[in-house]
Design a binder for this molecule. Structure first.
Ligand code: GLA
Length: 720
């Protein structure tokens, strides 16, 4: 007797076919269905005939593909008992559904269909479809119900069958200072596989991909977004099925011997988030942003406060901390409108460069003979919050901590330790290590009104062996989450930023414990257009730290105008990172002006629906709420035509009339000296009125701009 389980959200739907004693199969993942008589009347296998050259069985696309059910690749489970019992087939035992206005959930209990009791395994697959945002959360838990020790080599959080038209994959590549670089390719016959074994989310392979049809683009077409909420090793795989369609799966990438289950023990995967839209990439972006806001982010006191403008010491002074200079910089920061002063690396004991000090989490007595108290009080007196940089998971060999506890680090016994940025990683899963770190930061946070930690992580894990010689990549992440949670519980008003040499740890796993990502160490505004545009495909603007850096930019050596740097930084959680003692009066005025614009419009930028598209010479970013919108246009390359065609905004979902005005412009318009531009003058003189239909279908007239220029518009609904 085949049962059809259907979970529905506002726009999407999951349909599974279940039968007790049989492997569950996918029937549909995509558009919400109103009626589906064929799915109910005809089981998947009844619609197929056995083709030559295949195994003698008929199935659909399984929820849990394994060798036991004849699947050769894309296996969801790889497990064995010391090399035996390596074949499994999971069949349905029972399931439970729970539907509410908020989410629709099904938990399916499966067991391995073996006659040998000594190898009994149970699998719980939990799916929850978030009704308002169309995001499906899936995880799997494997329970060793047998008598032997089970070695688990691989467990997918989910294996999702996709519609046959989804034949391309979009994903991000990156490196330090070049995060979230968008890539797109056809899947072909081998599909697409991505693995991260760096022990942190990584710059190189963020755990996100997008399955697209060849006709899907920013604004239209079907897209499925897939993201693993996990800050460690991972895999994502898209495999071709025998009907030419693809299935996507993902989970934690397990190192040899990493998960070993005694009888009765279980392993639960991180959550794979999946979202479907027929509104192109911007459609799944809106879903993911909504989900992050409604289901992931946990703000102190439950609601997001306006995101305060940061000033961060790093690119201004690096390790050269001098309290008198810092006090002067704090005054200058307050003058331009900064609301949170963040003391970056260099404040703690022995930290004169990056060779020493990590682990000794108390103020350096030479730099801060009286501790941090005076500086904190000075900053607070200037009506700014105080934030502090930390890198808890790391230790330098040249530190009191390492000298006292050399055995606390993760490294392979008998081998030379592998350093990254001259540092080693401590074994957070050891209770005494987490206790030490908790005590140190709890003491600092209790002694001073510090409202924010920039939590950094500046190297990959390599020899991640604990004192027992076991690889513990995953345990490290679990222990990290526990430490973050413990600190937040002890300091409920604390906000935390996730940083890993810039954007090396950006994922929805860590976002459950943090409120900001340091998007990139690259503050070059041209680079930032690509980096922030890529990151914003997954994460909402309010969590994307974006700073106005020095010129020339330290990461690239390129120089952009202050206005252009500011316009780009506005579309995120804005901050400043340059030495305010050395900026010109006109740059200071420009900075003040853009900070004021950011403050006036952050309510829209940080709650509205974000979308993005291309202009002839760059990109546009649009953020919409019901009555107010902000539109940024960024020109990065020289103009390709003498005039720019009007820019259509297919994602403008509003109706009615809108008053468009220029909030700010940066860089130079490209035109002949005296030529009249009545439209532009009308915009400058107070704005123009345009209908939503015109914005979508005709477009906003814009001039050609020189490279490294920006126009930022405000759109306000006209009350009729
Ligand atoms: C990392 C961060 C930077 C800065 C330095 C300090 O590189 O990404 O922003 O905090 O560490 O050492």
């Amino acid at each position: 007797m085949h049962h059809v389980i259907c979970l529905k959200s506002q726009r999407s739907c999951v349909v599974l076919e279940l039968e007790v004693g049989q492997a569950p199969v996918w029937r549909h993942y995509g558009a919400r269905l109103v009626d589906a008589p064929m799915l109910y009347a005809w089981p998947a296998m009844s619609q197929k005939r056995l083709p030559p050259g295949t195994m003698d069985r008929l199935d659909g696309i399984p929820l849990v593909p394994t060798w036991g059910n004849g699947f050769h690749f894309g296996n969801a489970v790889r497990a064995h008992q010391d090399g035996t019992h390596g074949v499994q087939e999971f069949v349905t035992v029972d399931w439970q559904e729970h539907h509410s206005a908020w989410e629709q959930i099904v938990t399916i209990r499966l067991r391995d269909d073996t006659r040998e009791l000594s190898a009994k395994l149970e699998l719980l697959v939990t799916m929850s479809l978030h009704v308002a945002t169309n995001v499906l959360s899936v995880d799997s838990e494997l329970i060793n119900g047998g008598e032997g020790v089970l070695q688990l080599d691989h467990l997918a959080a989910a294996h999702v069958g996709l519609a046959a038209n989804l034949s391309e994959v979009g994903y991000f590549h990156g490196q330090w200072a070049q995060e979230h670089q968008w890539q797109r390719t056809a899947l072909g016959t081998v599909g697409w596989h991505s693995q991260n074994r760096r022990g942190k989310t990584s710059h190189e392979t963020p755990p996100t991909c997008y399955l697209l049809s060849e006709h899907s683009h920013d604004h239209s077409g079907e897209v499925v977004a897939v993201h693993l909420g996990w800050s460690g090793n991972h895999f994502l795989e898209v495999n071709r099925q025998d009907d030419g369609s693809y299935a996507v799966s993902g989970g934690e990438w397990l190192a040899p011997g990493e998960v070993r289950l005694e009888p009765g023990q279980s392993y639960r995967t991180p959550t794979l988030y999946v979202s479907w839209s027929d509104q192109g990439l911007n459609g799944v972006t809106a879903n993911l942003h909504g989900f992050a806001r409604q289901a992931i982010l946990k703000w102190p006191r439950q609601t997001m406060r306006p995101r305060p403008v940061h000033w961060n010491t790093w690119e201004a002074i690096y390790f050269d901390h001098n309290p008198a200079v810092l006090q002067e910089l704090a005054v200058r920061a307050a003058e331009i409108g900064v609301e949170r002063f963040v003391l970056d690396d260099g404040w703690f004991r022995g930290r004169h460069d990056d060779t020493a000090g990590l682990g000794d989490w108390w103020p350096d007595p030479a730099k801060y003979p009286e501790g941090l108290g005076n500086l904190v009080a000075h900053v607070r007196a200037l009506k700014m919050e105080f934030g502090l940089w930390v890198e808890p998971e790391m230790v330098n060999a040249n530190s009191a901590l390492f000298r006292a506890h050399p055995d606390w680090v993760l490294q392979s016994p008998g081998r030379a330790p592998q350093l990254g940025r001259q540092q080693l990683v401590v074994d957070l899963a050891r209770p005494e290590v987490s206790e030490y770190l908790f005590d140190k930061f709890h003491a600092l946070l209790s002694a001073h009104p510090i409202s924010y930690l920039k939590w950094d992580m500046n190297r990959d894990l390599a020899q991640a062996e604990n004192a027992q010689g076991r690889l513990v990549y995953g345990q490290q992440v679990v222990a990290l989450y526990a430490l973050l949670e413990r600190l937040r519980a002890a300091h409920p008003t604390l906000e935390i930023e996730s940083c890993a040499s810039g954007g090396g740890r950006m994922d929805l796993g860590i976002l459950r414990f943090t409120q900001r990502f340091w998007t990139s160490d690259n503050n070059d505004a041209v680079s930032r257009v690509a980096i922030q545009g890529g990151a914003a495909r997954t994460f909402p603007l309010e969590v994307l730290g974006s700073h106005v850096g020095p010129a020339p930019a330290h990461a690239t050596g390129r120089t952009q105008s202050m206005g252009f740097r500011c316009a780009v930084a506005c579309f995120g959680h804005m901050g400043v990172e340059s030495d305010l003692r050395h900026i010109s009066a006109s740059d200071k005025a420009t900075l003040q002006c853009w900070i004021a614009i950011y403050k006036s419009w952050r309510g829209v930028l940080h709650t509205g629906t974000f979308s993005q598209g291309k202009t002839a010479n760059g990109v546009w970013w649009l953020v919409q709420t019901a009555c107010q919108c902000v539109l940024g246009m960024f020109t990065c390359t020289p103009a390709v035509s003498p005039h720019h065609a009007p820019v259509r905004l297919p994602q403008f979902v509003q109706s009615g009339w809108w008053h468009v005005s220029l909030l700010g412009e940066a860089g130079q318009e490209r035109c002949r000296a005296n030529s009249p531009a009545p439209w532009r003058h009308a915009l400058m003189r107070g704005g123009v009125t345009i209908s939503a239909a015109e914005l979508v279908n005709v477009g906003l007239p814009v001039p050609n701009m020189n490279p490294e220029s920006a126009l930022v518009f405000a759109l306000q609904r006209v009350v009729e």
